[in-house]
Structure formats: structure tokens, C-alpha cells
Design a protein around this ligand. Structure first.
Ligand code: ADP
Length: 664
């Protein structure tokens, strides 16, 4: 009985232990179940994240001991980015799907990560094969199970944007136009190198400044107000400014100012694109001025032609009309004389026009040269005074001449013909345009210059014409039917002659009161040792050394005699030759010959050939050519042949003697 009780207790204990065990197992089972349930939900979450995350995720399994990687899974983003379907890639090699993965650099990263287990970043790189092109940014890591995971972004758009930005900023940097970018309050944020080149301001110097620092002060406040109103309202503005550079120099710029807005439509920046148009504006101004000048020239030319035609017809009418009248047998002697005088006057008027035209065309062709000779200025003044005294007295004008030097001092080297021409022209005008009062003229010496003056108390020249009166074809009245007809050439020719002589011509005139023309020429006194004045002061005796011999070559006996006559008065020996051949022979025989006066057109041997031969025999012997200038190239040909001076026929004896003096 006792044993049974004992057994019963033992069995109860064992049962209790079993119960405890069962409850323990139940607890463990419960724990396990709870744990499993938890783990299921974590896996599910990961899967959800994996599939729906915005980044591309690809899971690979290493095969062949890390020699290749096979797709285990890819997420939705990866499908979208790579334009692939999950079931088309799972189980296939990465190299098969992305044939350029090695060149891309990612394959190597996979291998390293697989080996080392250390995550790596494969920075933004460009992938390109026959199927797909794009920029990718990859993070690669290894899972505990040994799989390789690539989490990546498609940064193609950002990269393209960045590239475009790079190109644009390069274009702005290299741009041939200046670019200024400000913030919305017009504080400068950026200027390109062209801006620095144009204005002298660097970015550092203008950063944060308002573009008003470039103001030249020449544009009106309204101008700026309008500009700001336009751009602040979000509209583009374009126009021209006069701005100033860092060194203060003003410049014209053509500017386009564009407001830049953000996605909310608020202005964030202003971009100004500027071009320097200073040169363009200058050129344009010059172009307009030259166009106006050309038009004015055209107008003057037609007016001139109308004038010229009138000016030639008037004296021609006189000549033809009165010469026809002269045939009338019943004319009285007085009438006949009057008509002849009128024909003579008309002829003179014609000649003056023709001479002016010829001079003008020779000046324009650069062919007109001065022929200075030794002349007595006081004689010239007296001669001119005598010529105009009649006209002045006829109009009841007082007419006086002033000589600024003594007769001895007034011996100067000057182009006598041109001085007479200028003074005569100015006096002719002075008398023509003066109805009462006085006309006076003369000269005085001021420093190294001689100053000539022609003054009248006539109608004067309107202020607006005073600056243009020296232009050719220019007349105060362009009306061809007006009383003051003339070709408008005289003053421009006179001024040109004065300038050729090294002087300047000026005008002072008060309309209604009178005009005062002055001009200067350099004073070139004739050396007294070289010349003595004749007894009567008019004929000059040149000093030639004793036995000085001149060879005169001319086929025309009258010309030979004339030259001999002029030279014999100068106590020189004269040898004559009738043609070039004879001249060469005489040069060979007569070493005493010091100068040759050579005609150019001669039979047997002409002057050109003779001069060349003479220059071969005696290169230093001066040869003075005389020519009628029948052909335009004659002067050049004569100079080429070796002639030292070329004089125009008919020969002016004073000029010829002066040239001989100059060359000995
Ligand atoms: P032209 O050969 O026709 O006389 P000029 O060149 O000498 O031309 O003169 C041009 C114009 O200047 C004349 O048509 C005249 O209107 C004006 N002029 C010249 N000299 C005088 C003067 N002394 N007084 C008033 N007007 C003058």
C-alpha cells in the first residue's frame, strides 16, 4: 500500500513535469509563430519598397565564381529606365542585357564588391550601346546571401541640362557681345569678359553695383524711366545708350534687356545683351554726311553747268551779234569802234572762263605746278592798280594800293602769273560787288610771310555763305538769272593757288558793310648778290660769270633769234643749233657751254633724244626744255629724257633767266 502511494506521487510529479514541458513547448511555439508572423511582414515591406522605389534596383547573383553576374530581379523603376521587362532579364547575364557594361565600368565594380563585400559608388557615367543611351549614378553593395545589388538613378536629363548649361555659359563667356546679368533689384551678378573688354570694368569691380554706374549723363531721365517701366512689367526692352567706360570715355551701345521669370512668374533676374555701336554710329554719320555732300556736289554741278553754259553763251552772243553788225556798211566810225570794243571785252570774258576751267582741271589732275620767278612785287601792285583804276573810277569808287616794302626789298621769288591772277580776281569781285565807297588792296610783310589784302565797302557776303564761299562752283546766289553771274570758280581757284604757294586765304565780311579778303604767302627775298636791278627797276640783270656760254637749240629761226635777243642783254655767249644732232656735236666740241635751252620738237633729231645723248656726254650739264605742251605726257617724257626743267612756250624771259640762274 505504501509502495502504491509512493508510485502514485511519483507519477503525479512526472505528469506535472510533462505539463510544464508542454506549456514550455506551447510558449516556444507561440513565440515562434509570433516571430514568423513578424518576419513575414518585414519581407513583404522590403518587397514593396524594392518594387516601388523611384530609383532603379537590380539584384544579381554571381556565377562562375564572380566571373559573371546574372539578373535575379529588377524593380519597376529599373524596367522603366532601361526599357526592359523583368521576366525578359531574370536569369540572364548582365553582359548579355548590357553589352557595354565593362566599358561603362560597372562590371569591375560588381566584381570588387562581390570579392570584398565593401559597398562602392560608381559615379555618374555615360552608358551607350545599340539599344540604350543614358547617364547613370550607381551604388553597389553585397547582400548577406552573396547577391550583388545595384541601386541607381537615371541622371540623363540632369546631365543633359548640365551639358546645355555648360555650352550656354561657354557661349556667354566667349560671346562677342557684352552680357550683364543682374538680380531682380538690378544688382549686378555677372558680366562676361566681352563686357570687361568693352568697358574696362571687371566682374569684381561691378559685382553688386547698379548699372547706373555706366551712365554718361547724356540720356534724359525719361529715357531711363521708360526703360525701367518696360522691363519691370516683364517686357523686353531694346534701344541705344550713350554710356561711359571706366576711363570716362563715352561709347554707344545697342542693348537688349530681358527680364527672366521663375515658375511663379516673378522676375528673378535681368539679362542685358549689349553691342558697342560707337564705330557703326560714326560710320553711319560719315556715310550720311558724305551722301549729303555728294548730293550737294551734284546740285552744285548742275547749277555750275547751267551757269557755265550761260556764261559762255553770253559773251558768244556778244561776239557773234556785234561781228554780224560790223558787216553793216552804214555804220559810223564811232559805232564800229564801240562794237569792236564790245567784241574784245566779250572775248576777254570767254578767255577768263576757259582759263579758269583749264586751271581747275589741271589742279584736279594734280598737273598744275607753280613757276616761281624773280619778280618785283611793287611793280606787280602798280600794274594791277593801273589795270583796275579805270573800272573803279567809272563806278565812282575810291581805289588805293598799298606797298609794304621798298622797291629794293620787294624783289621776291614768286609765281608772278598766279599772284596777278589772284589779286585781279579779288579786285574784280570787290569792284563788281561795291556800288559806293572804297576798294583798297596791297600787301605787308609780317614775319616770314607776306600778307595781301583786298578790301571793299560793298554788299558783303551773308554769314551763312562765308564758310562755303571758297568751295568750287559756289556762289552766294545759285539763281542763274541773277545779276551776279559768274561760274563760282574764281575764289576756289585763288584759294588753291595760295595753298599751293604755302599760304592761307581768309575772309572777313559783314553783310551790307563790305568784305575783306586776305591771303599769305611765304616771303622769299631774292638774293641781292645774284641779281642787280636795272636802271628803271623793271628789267633785271642777272649776274653770269664772264664767258658764260649758253647753247640755244631750236629749229625755228624766229625762236632762235628771240632767245638770242633776250640772252644778249645778259652779257652771255650764245651758240645756236638748228636740231638735236647739231646740238650734240656742239656739246662735244665746246666744253665752255654751261646751259642748254632745248626745243623738243625738231627735225633730224628731236629734243628728247638729243637730251639723252647730251646727258651721256656731260651728265651735269643743265638742260632746260621748252615745249608747247601739245601732248599731256610731254613734261614727263622730257623729264625722263633727262631735262632738268620743263618750261611752257611761249617762254617768259624772266622765268627762263631765273631757271638758268637756279641751275648754275
Ligand atoms: P565767280 O567766279 O562766279 O565770281 P567767285 O568764286 O569769285 O565766283 O565768288 C563766288 C561768290 O562769292 C560770288 O558769286 C559772290 O556772290 C561772292 N563774292 C565774292 N567776292 C565778293 C565780294 N567782294 N563782295 C560780295 N560778294 C562776293
Amino acid at each position: 500500500m505504501r509502495d502504491d502511494k509512493k508510485k502514485c506521487v511519483q507519477a503525479e510529479e512526472e505528469l506535472e513535469a510533462l505539463r510544464h514541458k508542454v506549456s514550455e513547448l506551447e510558449q516556444a511555439l507561440q513565440d515562434r509563430r509570433a516571430r514568423d508572423a513578424r518576419s513575414d511582414s518585414v519581407d513583404d515591406l522590403s518587397r514593396q519598397i524594392f518594387y516601388n522605389i523611384g530609383q532603379g534596383v537590380a539584384v544579381y547573383e554571381a556565377v562562375d565564381n564572380g566571373r559573371d553576374f546574372v539578373f535575379k530581379d529588377i524593380n519597376k523603376s529599373s524596367e522603366k529606365i532601361e526599357r526592359l521587362r523583368r521576366d525578359a532579364v531574370v536569369g540572364r547575364s548582365v553582359r548579355e542585357i548590357f553589352p557595354r557594361v565593362k566599358e561603362f565600368g560597372l562590371f569591375e565594380v560588381f566584381q570588387r564588391v562581390w570579392k570584398t563585400g565593401k559597398p562602392e559608388h560608381h559615379p555618374v557615367s555615360r552608358y551607350k550601346d545599340h539599344r540604350i543611351t543614358g547617364w547613370r549614378d550607381n551604388y553597389v553593395f553585397k547582400l548577406p546571401g552573396g547577391e550583388i545589388v545595384a541601386v541607381y538613378d537615371d541622371v540623363t536629363r540632369e546631365k543633359q541640362f548640365e551639358e546645355r548649361l555648360k555650352i550656354i555659359s561657354k557661349a556667354v563667356e566667349q560671346s562677342p557681345v557684352a552680357v550683364v546679368i543682374t538680380d531682380h533689384e538690378a544688382r549686378i551678378e555677372y558680366v562676361n569678359p566681352k563686357f570687361t573688354e568693352l568697358t574696362g570694368y571687371t566682374l569684381d569691380e561691378v559685382l553688386g553695383e547698379n548699372p547706373r554706374v555706366f551712365k554718361s549723363g547724356s540720356m534724359s531721365p525719361d529715357f531711363y524711366e521708360n526703360l525701367w517701366k518696360t522691363i519691370a512689367s516683364g517686357k523686353d526692352w531694346s534701344g541705344e545708350f550713350l554710356n561711359k567706360k571706366k576711363n570716362g570715355e563715352p561709347y554707344w551701345e545697342e542693348a537688349n534687356i530681358l527680364p527672366v521669370k521663375n515658375s511663379d512668374g516673378a522676375i528673378t533676374n535681368y539679362v542685358a545683351i549689349k553691342t558697342d555701336v560707337t564705330e557703326k554710329k560714326k560710320m553711319w554719320g560719315e556715310l550720311v554726311a558724305s551722301k549729303e555732300k555728294a548730293e550737294e556736289g551734284e546740285r552744285l554741278k548742275s547749277c555750275f553747268l547751267a551757269n557755265i553754259s550761260h556764261e559762255i553763251r553770253t559773251p558768244m552772243n556778244g561776239i557773234l551779234g556785234f561781228s554780224a553788225l560790223l558787216k553793216e556798211p552804214r555804220l559810223s566810225g564811232e559805232e564800229r569802234e564801240q562794237y569792236i570794243e564790245l567784241i574784245h571785252e566779250s572775248g576777254k570774258r570767254m578767255l577768263s572762263i576757259i582759263n579758269n576751267l583749264i586751271d581747275l582741271s589741271r589742279i584736279e589732275a594734280g598737273e598744275l605746278t607753280l613757276s616761281p620767278i624773280t619778280a618785283n612785287l611793287n611793280d606787280i601792285i602798280e600794274h594791277i592798280h593801273d589795270s583796275f583804276a579805270g573800272q573803279a573810277t567809272e563806278k565812282g569808287l575810291s581805289f588805293t594800293a598799298e606797298k609794304g616794302l621798298t622797291n629794293e626789298e620787294s624783289l621776291i621769288v614768286v609765281d608772278e602769273v598766279r599772284i596777278i591772277q589772284i589779286l585781279s580776281h579779288l579786285l574784280g569781285n570787290a569792284i563788281k560787288y561795291t556800288e559806293s565807297g572804297a576798294v583798297s588792296f596791297g600787301y605787308r610783310k609780317t614775319g616770314d610771310m607776306l600778307e595781301f589784302s583786298v578790301k571793299d565797302t560793298g554788299i558783303g557776303i551773308p554769314w551763312e555763305h562765308q564758310s562755303t564761299i571758297f568751295e568750287r562752283f559756289r556762289k552766294v546766289s545759285l539763281d542763274v538769272t541773277g545779276a551776279d553771274q559768274g561760274a563760282g570758280l574764281g575764289l576756289s581757284l585763288s584759294k588753291k593757288f595760295v595753298e599751293m604757294m604755302g599760304g592761307i586765304m581768309r575772309l572777313e565780311s559783314t553783310p551790307g558793310k563790305g568784305s575783306h579778303f586776305t591771303f599769305t604767302i611765304p616771303f622769299k627775298g631774292f638774293l641781292k648778290s645774284k641779281a642787280k636791278q636795272g636802271k628803271d627797276g623793271s628789267e633785271k640783270l642777272y649776274a653770269f660769270p664772264p664767258g658764260f656760254t649758253i647753247l640755244v637749240v631750236d629749229d625755228d629761226s624766229i625762236s632762235r633769234l628771240l632767245l638770242k635777243g633776250v640772252l644778249s642783254g645778259q652779257q652771255v655767249e650764245v651758240i645756236l643749233a638748228e636740231n638735236g644732232k647739231e646740238a650734240v656735236e656742239k656739246i662735244e666740241k665746246e666744253p665752255s657751254i654751261r646751259v642748254v635751252l632745248m626745243d623738243m620738237k625738231m627735225p633730224v633729231m628731236n629734243g628728247y633724244e638729243a637730251t639723252s645723248r647730251i646727258k651721256e656726254i656731260r651728265p651735269d650739264l643743265p638742260v632746260i626744255a621748252q615745249t608747247a605742251f601739245a601732248d599731256p605726257g610731254e613734261r614727263e617724257t622730257a623729264k625722263k629724257a633727262g631735262c632738268d626743267v620743263v618750261l611752257a612756250k611761249p617762254i617768259n624771259p624772266q622765268q627762263m633767266l631765273h631757271e638758268i640762274q637756279r641751275h648754275i
